[in-house]
Write a protein of this length. Structure first.
Length: 111
């Protein structure tokens, strides 16, 4: 179990023990994070040092169990891009097939 304060607890042999803690980092200038793709962020010189703390203290957020984070992906856009990619692939495949047939008939042409 993980508490809202970030404690990782386990019950073994009827006794509950704290196995560790999850810490949260926040930054003075969050806009200094650089997107590197796939929902990953990297530091920049403008970011500043991180403030590390326990969830729920010193302005840090809290952890909520059994909750889902909203997606930042537009599903309709991703489906459209998938369909367009499929259409482009099929078109390129047909182009290559036609080119292969044309190049194959060149040796048969007599001058």
């Amino acid at each position: 179990m993980i508490t809202t304060r970030g404690e990782v607890r386990a019950t073994m042999d009827g006794k509950t023990r704290v196995l560790g803690e999850i810490e949260i980092a926040r930054f003075r200038n969050p806009s200094g994070l650089i997107s590197v793709g796939d929902n990953l962020l990297a530091e920049s010189a403008a970011l500043g040092p991180p403030f590390i703390g326990i969830p729920g203290s010193g302005g840090m957020g809290i952890l909520i169990q059994k909750s889902l984070q909203g997606s930042n992906v537009d599903l309709a856009t991703e489906f459209v891009m998938e369909i367009l990619s499929s259409i482009h692939f099929k078109t390129n495949l047909k182009t290559l097939k036609t080119l292969d047939e044309m190049l194959g008939s060149i040796p048969n042409i007599k001058t």
